[in-house]
Design a protein around this ligand. Structure first.
Ligand SMILES: [Fe+2]
Length: 308
């Protein structure tokens, strides 16, 4: 496997009952998002990078698992889940196990942090638990950082994908200032010299791309917009505004040898909103209009208004 094709969703915030922010049915939002994503066919991995549940209920985890497994199974893809600050460790363990493909549920997981490692092709998948029960900000404890260092001590054939809910990069919107990952430098220390080629995160509820620069090494960090809502980064200064819409990311991670300092990463942001079409040309109409445009090379402006 020379590439890993990933669909990245996050912040589904499912509830056993009721509405999110008093207006959004999270189950409906997820269902609508997955319906919009039906055309995505070539897929190896569906990642849901945390805040899977809003109330920690078993029903909410079961519903996400049901929808995500069904979507992935139709595409021959695996599913990978990570813990978010709204998640509940006992509920997560009981339904999703450690969140890795093929993981068994662990009803006795209790308040143990949820993290793990698995393989898909030559790629290694790692998840960390940045949540602190009852708190909103993120933190990586020493136990997980030690485990991560041990795990990364030998490289994977094609490189490693790391998923953690709180991004190890600075927030953009005011409400997230203070509830970000509190110790990104501890993570960066462990990642230095490792084969981690890409980090996927959620939490900020809007798309954001950045990189960790560790000497010669560069690790892209991609934050996906929320499924339950999307934060408006263009809200007036000081405002935190969420929009009733959903987003996702399609990501291709290319295999890279252990000696590489970076891997190629392609990233396609997806806006999943049901909106009215302004126009919707059929392939035949496109060919016909293209033909007419080609036949008028001198025309800089072509009025398409009469074609629809
Ligand atoms: Fe969230």
């Amino acid at each position: 496997m020379s590439t890993l094709s990933i669909l990245h969703l996050t912040d589904t915030h499912l509830l056993a009952k009721g509405l999110h922010s008093s207006v959004v049915d999270p189950g409906e939002a997820l269902l609508r998002a997955l319906r919009s994503l039906v055309p995505v066919d070539a897929l190896d991995l569906l990642v849901i990078s945390g805040d899977i549940s809003d109330d920690g209920s078993l029903e909410s985890y079961r519903r996400v698992q049901e929808l995500a497994s069904d979507y992935a199974a139709h595409r021959g893809a695996q599913v990978l889940y990570a813990m978010g600050n709204h998640d509940n460790r006992p509920g997560f363990w009981a339904v999703l196990g450690n969140g890795h493909p093929g993981a068994l549920s662990e009803p006795d997981g209790g308040q143990l942090p949820v993290y793990g490692s698995s393989r898909i092709g030559g790629f290694r998948l790692l998840t960390l638990d940045t949540s602190i029960p009852g708190r909103t900000h993120g933190f990586l404890d020493e136990g997980q950082l030690d485990w991560l260092a041990e795990e990364l001590s030998s490289p994977a054939e094609a490189g490693t994908l790391l998923v953690l809910h709180h991004p190890p990069i600075e927030p953009v919107t005011p409400l997230h200032d203070g509830i970000e990952l509190q110790n990104p430098e501890d993570l960066m220390e462990v990642l230095r010299g490792s084969d981690v080629r890409l980090i996927l995160s959620g939490h900020y509820h809007h798309a954001l791309g950045d990189s960790l620069i560790l000497g010669d090494q560069q690790i892209p960090v991609l934050v996906a917009p929320g499924v339950v809502n999307v934060n408006d980064v263009l809200a007036p200064e000081g405002h935190e505004r969420a929009l009733r819409t959903s987003g996702a990311q399609l990501v291709t991670l290319f295999a890279a040898p252990a000696s590489a300092v970076a891997a190629r990463v392609r990233h396609l942001p997806l806006q999943l909103t049901e909106v009215e079409s302004v126009f919707d040309f059929s392939p035949e109409e496109v060919a016909e209009i293209s033909g007419r445009i080609a036949a008028q090379p001198g025309e800089l402006e072509v009025d398409l208004g009469s074609d629809v």
